[in-house]
Design a protein around this ligand. Sequence first.
Ligand code: ME8
Length: 522
Amino acid sequence: MDDKKFYITTPIFYANAELHLGHTYTLVLSDVLARYHRSIGDATFFLTGSDEHGDKIVRAAQKEGVGPQAFVNKNVESSKKLMEKLEISHDFFIRTSDKEAHWPGAQKLWRELEAAGDIYKGTYQGLYCVGCEAFITEKELVDGKCPQHDTAPEQIKEENYFFRLSKYADEMKRLLESGELKITPRTRTNEMLALFGGEGHENTLSDISISRPEGAIPWGIPVPNDHTQLMYVWCDALSNYISALGYGREDDILFKTFWPAEVQVLGKDILRFHALLWPALLLSAKLPPPKELLVHGFVNSGGKKMSKSLGNVLDPHEFLDEYGVDALRYYLTREVSPTEDWDLTREKFKEVYNANLANGLGNLVSRTLKMSEQYFAGRVTGDMASVPPVHTRITEAAVLGDLAGLTIPYIITNEILPRYHAHMRAHEIHKAADAIWDLIGSLDQFIADYEPFKLVKTDKDAAERVLWGVLYGLHEIAGMLTPMMPNAAAKINLLVSVSPEEAGGLVFVTKVPESPLFMRKE
Ligand code: ME8
């Protein structure tokens, strides 16, 4: 990975309804990575946005009895509000209906494909799933329905422009096999490679239709030089990743700086478009493909993919309002595996909140700060060398193993931080978070070993050395928490500030919070 720049994108979400917990997951995962890369000094650009054209939008708008533009405006407004509440730190929000920011790039991409000889006119006859905004084959149907949307596709016959996807089959296969276009997790690469034709047709991809007659979907970007046709919504949508950087506009400095993307985050539902169509469009336009696609699993609800069309969505606002942004970001970062499917229940959320936030982190912060205030008037002086070693073998933090004889600063420097950074760089944010909670466990253990609340009566200096070790740990925890829980991290930093001491040590100046960081939920 190029350490100097970091361009990360989320899919642009359909502006046909409010965002639910599935989208929230993509946003939080991407935001943690963007914030992490900013924190290590990478020039970072984080893009998200909304996909506003196509059948699906037009039909949803009609249902509400408003025009498509007014309809998407309303949904975009609420998406942006949600993102604000979630503390998503995107640098730009691209909208495909934006004629200035997006259309020039989308149309330039089209012209490049044309110039490469990769666009031709043909007739499409077959099935179309409006939910997917994609042509679908008989083979893919389950009981005559699209398995993702549980709806029957429509039969259509139209005159369209086609893109010569077949021409890029060899090169695409090479990109995937060599890892030049990396897909995380690796198993998804194999899934994509399996799509390159069947037996006896080893290296084929079929050409695909990339426009629709204006009459069929009267809401989209006109094909350059043929206004009877509109760009197919996926072709329009995928180009957002470069149009947002200024591709096709006069000022394309961001494009020149940031493309290709280091990571494009997406759910497994739209991998094909990103692993096959998108790189082929880029190759045709003589642009490099993204470096990595980070593909996550589904958030399920009642055992099925959470989705607007299935009507089983959980509203992120519910969790934000009841537990706060830190708790939701915590859950999405640490309690789920990015590559698998998972089911969210309110019970599990509460249980984890109480165990790891109200008790784990919250309790450690509050008792440490109380001791600091009570015994040392909120000023604890010390240095790394004087922190005593952990006594007990830490059995709970299995990954850390036997820590007896090691000091907290040693454990942080040699165990916790290297693990944290390695996992963040590998986009394993749940494992990076585990490293933080292992440290929380170690600090709890360290307090249990020395009982500073008793020690202070017999040896105040020794108690100060112990407390200094815990505060040092909390300070490091705040640093590591910043990408995943920026708000909680900022609060801890306000409560535990550092000022250098002349003797080469550090003084932790602490305050007792007015209310607990995480109130226990009964
Ligand atoms: O597909 N679990 O938009 P979309 C996890 N506009 N992630 C989920 C999810 C779930 N249950 N539901 C949605 C589109 N997502 C196109 C994308 S990009 C050029 C165009 C997340 O609103 C996940 O990231 O249907 C998934 O890939 C994306 O939202 C689909 O959002």
